[in-house]
Structures are given as C-alpha cells and as structure tokens.
Design a protein around this ligand. Structure first.
Ligand SMILES: C[S@@+](CC[C@H](N)C(=O)[O-])C[C@H]1O[C@@H](n2cnc3c(N)ncnc32)[C@H](O)[C@@H]1O
Length: 258
C-alpha cells in the first residue's frame, strides 16, 4: 500500500467513524430505498461466487454478501474503515488495497466485482475500471453503483415537500474536477469527491473492454414506500435519481477488432 497516503485516503481515514454511523449495519436510507434492490438484481445469485467488494468501507455490503453464501474479499485503502469492518465480521477476508491497483487480488480470480458508491470518490477512474477488468474471470460481471453526476445532492435545494428542486452549479458539467463540500449527513468534516460527466464513465467502461449489459437510475418501488421515514424522503426517492447503476460484463472472448 502507498506509504504516503494521498489526500483522499487521509480523508476516508478521518471520517471512518462518521461513515459507520451514516451506513450503519443495513446501509443508509438511499441504499435501502433505492439502490440496494438494483444492486442485488444486477448481482444475481451470489451463493458460492467469489465476490470482490471494492471500496467496502465499514463492510455492510460485504456482510450481506457473506450471509448470502458468497466468498467475499473486501478491499479498501482506509485502515480505519477496515478496522471497523473487521470488528463487525472477523470471518471476512478484508484487505488493505487500492481499487486502482488491486495488488492483493490475482488476475482472473473474481466472479463478481461490486463497487458501491466508490467510483465518484476515486481520482483514478480509468485505472480503477482497468483493475476491476483484470481481476475478473472471463464471463464475470462488475456491478458499479455511484452518485448520479447529473443530480448532485450537494448542489440541490429543495422545498419543504421536496417535490420542487433546484440545482446550482458554478462549473461546467463537462469538466472533470475534484469537489470539496461542507459536511453532510453524519459527516463532521468536509467531503472530497470527483465530478465527471456520465459519458466519461460510459467511455471508461467501453474503452477498458467491458460490455455494458444493464443500466439503471435507481428509484423507490411501490413495495418499499413504507420504508421511507417521512414524506420528504419518499418524494426524493420517487422523483429523481440519487445514483446510477451499471452491470458490466467481461466477455469470455475479447474482440480483437474494435
Ligand atoms: C462512499 S464510501 C462507500 C463504502 C461502501 N462501499 C458502502 O457502500 O458503504 C467510499 C469508500 O471507498 C473507499 N475508497 C475510495 N477510493 C478508494 C480507492 N482508490 N481504493 C480503495 N478504496 C477507496 C473509501 O475509503 C470508502 O471506504
């Protein structure tokens, strides 16, 4: 692992306890109401599969994968995140590693890579997608869920009912850039993430050699309405996407002509 942790690594170490409060043992409300059902649908039957939870954080998803019978490897570059993850599930194989290198994961050894709200947090999109591709077995899938770059929560102002919303931007949507935001949710310090247009993600997947087999903008389904804690949360989940979800496939045989 990098002996000189970069700014993002230091940031995630600093906020690990805040993050544990944010996601708890079952994921935060956005995951429960909107994106986790899509994630599980895209992942399919994980029983017996070797699954890499890339950027596992405090490990709520690793634990759920483990409960469903997957052989889980959870990696994260934050020692503090993994300290919490290990304290909750010593049985799981948690490793310190960078998503953009995956030094601890062998080539073609993974059936499913799942990366849940990580791609917008890493400065190295292309390297990360290439690392996911390298460790997947031919025919394997990657399920990536990340914050919707067109509907950034940080820039949204809503009415009390949360039906009407305005977004205020002070930079070009097309410009990739590091963003530093004031604390939100359970965070006690400012928040670092990386904006890029949606098409940059799409191009990174295709240029790496992935086939894009499914895409969704997760929203609440009627059978989950009762899980919303209040009307505002329900309206947000019904009216606009907080995330995007891609299901990617590493073909068994790569096309030589593209
Ligand atoms: C928003 S949290 C999501 C954590 C977890 N996937 C979840 O859904 O609760 C982002 C996580 O990605 C990790 N992360 C960000 N960039 C990373 C990188 N380049 N390599 C490894 N982990 C990274 C952070 O340490 C943090 O734990």
């Amino acid at each position: 692992m990098n002996k000189n942790p970069d700014e993002t690594q230091l940031f995630w170490n600093r906020v690990a306890d805040d993050w544990d409060q944010q996601v708890g043992d079952d994921g935060d409300s956005n995951r429960i109401l909107n994106s986790d059902p899509v994630l599980w649908q895209f992942a399919g039957d994980v029983s017996g599969a070797t699954v890499l939870d890339a950027g596992c954080g405090t490990g709520y998803l690793s634990r759920k994968l483990n409960e469903k019978g997957a052989h889980v490897i959870g990696i994260d570059f934050s020692e503090e995140m993994l300290r919490i993850a290990r304290s909750k599930a010593a049985r799981i194989d948690f490793r310190i590693d960078s998503c953009s290198i995956l030094r601890t994961v062998a080539d073609k050894s993974i059936d499913i890579v799942i990366s849940n709200y990580v791609l917008m947090d890493t400065p190295d999109l292309t390297e990360t997608v290439q690392a996911f591709f390298r460790v997947l077995k031919p025919g394997g899938h990657a399920v990536v869920v990340f914050s919707h770059p067109c509907f950034p929560q940080e820039y949204a102002t809503t009415t009390d009912s949360d039906v009407a919303v305005t977004y205020q931007w002070d930079f070009s949507y097309f410009q990739q850039q590091k963003c530093i935001e004031p604390p939100w949710g359970h965070f006690t310090s400012e928040f670092i993430w990386f904006h890029r247009p949606l098409s940059d993600y799409w191009k990174a997947f295709r240029e790496t050699g992935f086939e894009v087999v499914d895409f969704e903008e997760p929203r609440i389904s009627e059978n989950r309405y009762h899980l919303a804690k209040n009307q505002k949360q329900l309206n947000t989940s019904k009216n606009r996407p907080i995330s995007v979800a891609f299901k990617l496939k590493k073909r068994r045989q790569q096309n030589t002509l593209r």
